[in-house]
Design a protein around this ligand. Structure first.
Ligand SMILES: [Zn+2]
Ligand SMILES: [Zn+2]
Length: 499
């Protein structure tokens, strides 16, 4: 895989978009910046920085100098150590980037699906071990835990997720994944880190390394975990069941990030309170009595029952749930019958059900059961089989922790780079650590360069979402912001008590 290093990568093509040519090359670690990089860095300058360049006229440069002096003098009002610390970390990250890009590309080219993350876990465990962590493997399947005890203070847990998705990559990146697996039915599919977990892992390799190398800057216990099977909503539960908070210290705070496919690099988003939903699956088998399609009066038609049920389900959210409470009932799959003129015995439906509060969750699940039974009863059909699989619980970011770390992010990146996100009905099993009574925060990390987002906007198409075969992050700026914010958050939570 190393053959990519040292080569200028031709302009990458966002394959989904005819005529789309991104301006940034994600790799460029050579003697100096390429012209594209210079242009990229130039466009990233803040207005006063731009005015100080040779491209600005002398009068404007004088004004900019005065502005800069004013901003320096106001900067002295803030604790000087903090800005010094930030620039020191920035320099450290820049120096680490070549090795981090290698780590990222290794992970990207070796994706493993949920429950099969053996090589990934081995790789991450090795990185943490090299940094000086005491590492335990095989926690809840392929889960790994790394610990550094560094004096008195709180325990902070930082989490990354290890698994990839059964998606055939279509990014045309030189380091695109060509890994394939066989699905249970015998068909073959590609495997891809389409959810950015490779960024999460690289970020935590770097964050762990920084904190291990700078133990003089903090006090307490640092716990890093690599969680398997996030995409199946099962890994957090498996690690907890295997004694994550019994065999290892129970953290006082837990932190994770997730890349965002529509937020620009350099920016992060936070949201106090509910951010992601309860995710449950419901399987319903409507039962009937099969027969000839020409003699419906001799049968009980399961397909007509299913059709009525699909419509009846639409009124749960619209007529039963309080309008200000978020909830979703989606029938994602319906299967029944074999041929035009046969009325079958059964019809199967698969639903995804989303909510935030436990009360609404129970209300919706019970309404689904009631409606399915009522439809069957109205047809004089046998009772339906209903199977509810409780998935991930909703994710609630701790209010105080979110407020505290939002300030850290703002002082690290600038207030304009930190936004308050909208809640989503997606799911994430990082929520389970919060359900153990630990204040948690999962924040979003911008991963697509603004120039690419602008191009998508100009073309009138959305940027590829996570889980898309065409999603890819702009690695260097994404990692820079990820490591800056996560090290900043950990240092704040593990602040040394003042002497
Ligand atoms: Zn995902
Ligand atoms: Zn994910």
């Amino acid at each position: 895989m190393d053959q990519w290093f040292g080569f200028e990568i031709p302009h990458l093509i966002d394959a989904a978009i005819p005529g789309f040519i991104p301006t940034q090359t994600p790799l460029a670690h050579k003697a100096g910046p390429s012209p594209a990089e210079k242009q990229f860095r130039f466009t990233m300058l803040k207005p006063h920085q731009f005015l100080l360049t040779k491209k600005a006229c002398p009068v404007k440069r004088l004004i900019a100098t005065i502005c800069l002096l004013i901003s320096f003098s106001s900067a002295f009002a803030a604790p000087p150590a903090s800005s010094h610390e930030i620039s020191e970390r920035q320099a450290w990250i820049e120096q680490q980037l070549p090795s981090l890009v290698k780590t990222y590309q290794w992970l990207h080219t070796h994706p493993e699906v949920s429950f099969q993350e053996q090589e990934t876990a081995k790789y991450i465990a090795d990185q943490w071990q090299k940094s000086g962590f005491e590492v335990t493997t095989g926690v809840g399947g392929n889960g790994i835990v790394g610990i550094i005890e560094n004096g008195p203070g709180p325990t902070v847990m930082l989490r990354c997720d290890l698994d990839a998705l059964p998606v055939m990559e279509q990014t045309q990146l030189p380091y695109a994944s060509d890994v394939k697996i066989e699905l249970p039915g015998g068909a073959t599919t590609g495997v891809m880190h389409a959810c950015g977990h490779d960024i999460h892992m690289t970020n935590l390799v770097a964050t762990a390394r920084y904190l291990a190398e700078h133990r003089d800057q903090w006090s307490g216990t640092l716990m890093v975990i690599g969680q398997p099977a996030e995409e199946r909503g099962a890994g957090a539960k498996a690690m907890l069941t295997d004694g994550l908070f019994k065999r290892f210290p129970k953290p006082d705070f837990a932190l994770a990030l997730h890349v965002s496919g529509d937020k620009p690099t350099g920016a992060v988003g936070v949201l106090p309170g509910y951010a992601l939903a309860n995710v449950d699956s419901v399987d319903i088998r409507m039962k009937g009595r099969g027969g000839h399609g020409s003699a419906p009066h001799t049968t009980i038609d399961p397909i007509v029952q299913a059709a009525q049920l699909v419509m009846a389900l639409q009124t749960i959210v619209s007529r039963e749930v309080k309008p200000i409470e978020p909830a979703v009932v989606t029938v994602g799959s319906i299967h029944g019958g074999t041929k035009h003129n046969i009325i079958g015995n059964e019809c199967e439906l698969q639903l995804t059900v989303r909510s935030y509060s436990e009360a609404v969750r129970q209300q919706v699940l019970s309404a689904i059961q009631r409606k399915a039974k009522a439809v069957a009863m109205s047809f004089d059909a046998p009772p339906p089989e209903i199977n509810i699989s409780e998935g991930t619980p909703s994710l609630r970011n701790d209010d105080d922790l979110t407020a505290r770390l939002k300030q850290v992010f703002e002082s690290t990146l600038g207030t304009d780079k930190v936004s308050v996100d909208e809640p989503s009905m997606g799911g994430e099993d990082f929520s389970r650590y919060g359900r153990e009574g630990i204040p948690i925060l999962m924040y979003r990390l911008g991963s697509v360069h603004q120039s690419r987002l602008d191009r998508f906007k100009a073309l009138g198409v959305p940027a590829p979402s996570l889980h898309s075969s065409q999603y890819y992050p702009d690695v260097e700026p994404t990692l820079t912001t990820g490591v800056l914010t996560m090290t900043g958050a950990a240092l704040d939570l593990l602040k040394k008590p003042s002497p």
